[in-house]
Design a protein around this ligand. Structure first.
Ligand code: ATP
Ligand code: MG
Length: 434
């Protein structure tokens, strides 16, 4: 036997049945983004490696070990995008979008990270994200959080996740903080886990969001980043928290929330699941302000920016777990059966005519061999709401019949009457749509 070819580790097929939940979720999210005035932007999946090296930060998990980087045929160093904020900002600069009146964007697509695959962590995964440019008033953070809150409510998972926010201040205030944090950690080095010991000299801030319980305990007594923020950052954060209270949006301040990417400043936030099964893959949405990124990528230094990304696989997992939506497996509106050995062109034309009239419906024509009886059984397996059967009398006259799901009654009708009958039936079922 020839050996089967299987997919690459951490990269999966998304099959029609599971995609029903995905499509419903995508529709809800896109509708909400539109409702807040966001426009779609589509970005390349491959970018120059330099884009990510320059933006994400050298001492981050993504840059150090997770990038799919290779040389193309003309020896250009390119990378499968691990995230899309850098690409969106590159596109913003390259296309001069600063001159656009429209500064709110959303994107959707696959991202690639060479990670250890496990539940909720894959090598190809999908992100929905929003990015906003040109605004530096806290109202826009508030709007993003309100928008996301609306998403969770519409997806019926708002009770299953919680919001954590923090302010990481400016780069300058973080530098001061870093010195004191490292001092503290060195004096407690023996108690640090192995990974944190490595981070201590490379990127000590990343120790703050360690998943190691003992290190977490140790950090309770470490210096607090909030004490190092300048007055601007402190006020900005305070005002945002106040506004969230006014909108009755629950949140927790988590001083150890620092985010994995280096380009953030001031407000950062994450939505996490409270489901224990998720362990360290419990963040479903993460975002924050990144006022320095446009400048870092060669754009205008005065363009502030912020955004978020939602991890779709983790979101869908929660939606499935909560059974937020009831989705039927296989569903067909009209199933057309005939003996194709006879006048097959006519039968295909018939199906085309039905599709011309009912162009919103799922209409399947049976092309299998076998008796009409067998085909009726297959139609049932397709969960067809209506089956149309075309047969011939002994005098070779066409007979049109229709049969409804869960009814054994077969009605004999001519073509015009079939159309009328089906219009009545589907209008009642789906509301007027033709
Ligand atoms: P984590 O700490 O879980 O690795 P991250 O900080 O690396 O997350 P971000 O870069 O902020 O993640 O990406 C935003 C969201 O994308 C995450 O909150 C998560 O929902 C999702 N995500 C990130 N990496 C993966 C992955 N490898 N597989 C599936 N989803 C992912
Ligand atoms: Mg990660």
């Amino acid at each position: 036997m020839i050996k089967k070819i299987i997919s690459i580790r951490g990269m999966h097929d998304y099959l029609p049945y599971e995609l029903k939940i995905w499509q419903k979720t995508e529709k809800i999210l896109k509708k909400i983004f539109k409702n807040y005035g966001y426009y779609e932007i589509r970005l390349p999946i491959l970018e120059r490696t330099e884009l990510f090296n320059r933006s994400i930060g050298n001492v981050t998990d993504i840059i150090e070990k997770e990038m799919y980087t290779f040389y193309d045929k003309s020896k250009k160093n390119i990378t499968l995008r691990p995230e899309a904020t850098a690409s969106c900002s590159r596109a913003y600069i390259e296309n001069n979008l600063e001159k656009n009146i429209q500064q709110r964007f959303w994107y959707y697509g696959p991202m690639f990270r060479y990670e250890r695959p496990q539940k909720g962590r894959y090598r190809q995964f999908y992100q929905f994200g929003c990015e906003v440019y040109g605004l530096n008033t806290k109202e826009i953070e508030l709007e993003l959080i309100i928008l996301l809150n609306r998403c969770w409510k519409s997806l019926k998972i708002d009770k299953k996740i919680f919001l954590e926010i923090n302010s990481i201040g400016t780069i300058q205030s973080r530098e001061k903080y870093k010195i004191d944090l490292v001092k503290f950690l060195i004096s407690n080095k023996k108690k640090l886990d192995k990974e944190s010991k490595i981070k201590l000299y490379k990127n000590p801030l990343r120790i703050l969001d360690t998943k190691n319980k003992l290190t977490q305990k140790l950090l309770i007594n470490s210096p607090n980043l909030l004490d190092y923020l300048d007055n601007n950052s402190k006020n900005y954060f305070k005002k945002l928290c106040k506004s969230l209270n006014k909108f009755k949006i629950p949140y927790k301040i988590n001083n150890n929330l620092v985010r994995g990417l280096d380009y953030y400043n001031d407000i950062v936030f994450e939505w996490k699941s409270n489901n224990k099964k998720f362990s360290s893959q419990n963040t479903i949405c993460a975002g924050g302000r990144y006022d320095n990124l446009i400048k870092t990528l060669g754009g205008n230094s005065s363009v502030p920016a912020l955004g978020f990304a939602i991890g779709m696989e983790r979101l869908i997992y929660i939606i499935n777990n909560e059974k937020s939506f009831f989705i039927k497996n296989l569903e067909t509106d009209i199933y057309i059966i005939s003996n194709l050995n006879k006048k097959s062109i006519y039968h295909i034309k018939f199906a085309e005519n039905i599709r011309n009239i009912f162009n919103n419906l799922r209409i399947v024509q049976d092309f299998n061999v076998g008796s009409i009886k067998k085909k009726i059984t297959r139609s049932k397996k397709f969960n067809s709401k209506v089956t149309i059967i075309i047969s011939y009398s002994q005098k070779n006259k066409k007979i049109f019949q229709i049969k409804y799901f869960n009814s054994s009654i077969i009605k004999v009708l001519d073509f015009d009457k079939i159309v009328k009958e089906l219009q009545n039936y589907f209008n009642k079922l789906y509301g007027k749509f033709i």
